[in-house]
Design a protein around this ligand. Structure first.
Ligand SMILES: Cc1cc2nc3c(=O)[nH]c(=O)nc-3n(C[C@H](O)[C@H](O)[C@H](O)COP(=O)(O)O)c2cc1C
Length: 411
């Protein structure tokens, strides 16, 4: 079997759900929720492009488990009492071309913009350190044990709601420096109780959430986890620790582990490493995913830097079962169909390479989110969106979303 055909081969997950091929749209926060922080017609239009783009599985942008803890002001929120009809429409659009519909569920922990909320729950009172940008972020408030149990229940409630709304599964976001990734990181988690210190303690919240979702949603619901291969920061979670966490997840009926890396302080998921651990040029985390695949009993997916079919093939030949793509699918939502017709077709992911890494990361996100909004408005995308203009449009959009979010939560 050539590795090219392997990319287009089907895969059955441990829960029994079936993917028609190995290519997955990774989560991208759209920041496009409609009123009530619900999916609306623009979000559905955007997902219709991906639904008919030949993908095997589509993972939504992160959906918040609690309206008071938002990664961004335009985030979708799904809580225990949220009405489900908008979510039912969303899942049926995603599934309409034969892809599996997976909802990514998340809690930001301390990675919250101050304009959205002044305080943010976190494992410990360790604020984000982003130089002159630090002041833009909320103050980290250490969680009590009751807070921790409440957040665990919120993840489970959201997963149950996603299942009721017709999603094939959920992905628990434990990467990129959000709450579960903060618990895993010894830099941010400085607790000395059963939730901090040793790796089993730091992983306890993630493991509790995953096992309770499995128990509540049954054996035929897909449960995925997105994890950092490492934090890529001195003193952060190491690649060896990431492999150990996957070892713990082996016993909990996880269907896929997606390997990524980094956080707001070290945004290596955009391909720029800042510590001693270097990244691969294409498929940034492949080396780490390869090591994780040696330990993992479940299929492994890697995301980051993949835009061409030969690189996707290489990912499969290195022992990963699934290939994740985000940015390239914002520009070319039907990239998989293009590859099927023309294997040499090269996708494209816009990237800002300014020296100030934090600003460059914001601009890259702004350029990509601008494309998502264009698709949501049924407009064609641009391969090289202007950097400054994208940033300005993103800031204006954020302001509008922030005002609406504050009205929603009655502030
Ligand atoms: C606009 C944008 C929003 C993102 N939002 C999320 C998110 O909600 N959850 C997540 O796990 N990753 C998110 N990511 C990271 C991607 O899933 C992916 O890990 C990263 O972009 C690297 O993959 P790529 O090189 O294919 O873009 C986002 C990336 C972009 C560009």
């Amino acid at each position: 079997m050539s590795s090219q055909s392997a990319v287009f081969n089907s895969l059955t997950l441990p829960c029994g759900k079936h993917l028609k091929n190995r290519i997955v749209k990774a989560a991208m926060e759209e920041n496009m929720a409609g009123s009530g922080q619900l999916p609306d017609h623009n979000l559905l239009s955007l997902y219709r492009y991906w639904a008919h783009g030949g993908l095997g599985m589509i993972i939504t942008g992160n959906v918040m488990v609690n309206r008071h803890a938002m990664t961004g002001p335009g985030g979708v929120v799904l809580e225990k009492t949220t009405p489900l009809s908008a979510f039912q429409k969303w899942s049926s659009v995603i599934r309409s071309g034969g892809a599996l519909a997976i909802m990514q569920i998340n809690h930001p922990g301390r990675q919250v913009f101050k304009a959205v909320s002044a305080q943010a729950l976190a494992p410990s009172a360790v604020n984000l350190k982003l130089g002159r940008y630090s002041k833009q972020f909320a103050k980290a408030k250490p969680m009590t044990c009751d807070d921790i149990y409440a957040v665990c229940q919120q993840f489970v409630d959201t997963a149950v709601q996603a299942q009721k709304a017709g999603f094939d599964g959920v992905q628990v976001h434990a990467a990129h420096g959000y709450l579960l990734s903060q618990f895993l990181s010894p830099l941010v988690n400085q607790r000395d109780d059963q939730w901090g210190g040793t790796l089993p303690n730091r992983a306890r919240l993630l493991l509790n959430i995953v096992s309770q979702i499995r128990a509540s949603c049954g054996s035929d619901f897909a449960v995925l986890v997105k994890m950092n291969a490492a934090d890529f920061q001195r003193g952060g979670m190491t690649p060896q620790e990431a492999c150990e966490v996957v070892g713990y997840l082996n016993n909990l009926g996880v269907d896929v582990v997606e390997v990524s890396g980094g956080n707001y302080e070290a945004p290596v998921m955009q391909g720029r490493s800042s510590d001693a651990l270097s990244l691969d040029n294409d498929a940034y985390f492949l080396r780490f995913a390869h090591d994780i695949a040696q330990v993992a009993k479940m299929p492994v997916m890697t995301t980051g830097g993949i835009t061409s079919l030969p690189v996707a093939q290489h990912v499969i030949s290195e022992g990963c079962e699934l290939v994740g793509m985000a940015s390239a699918l914002a520009i070319t939502p039907n990239l998989v169909l293009k590859w099927q017709q023309m294997p040499s077709y090269k996708g494209h992911a816009p990237k800002c390479k300014w020296q100030d890494k934090t600003l460059a990361s914001l601009v890259t996100m702004a350029m990509i989110r601008r494309q998502l909004r264009r698709l949501g408005n049924d407009l064609s995308t641009t391969r090289e969106p202007g950097q400054w203009w994208s940033l300005i449009l993103d800031l204006l959009h954020r302001k509008k979303m922030t005002r609406r979010y504050h009205r929603f939560i009655g502030r």
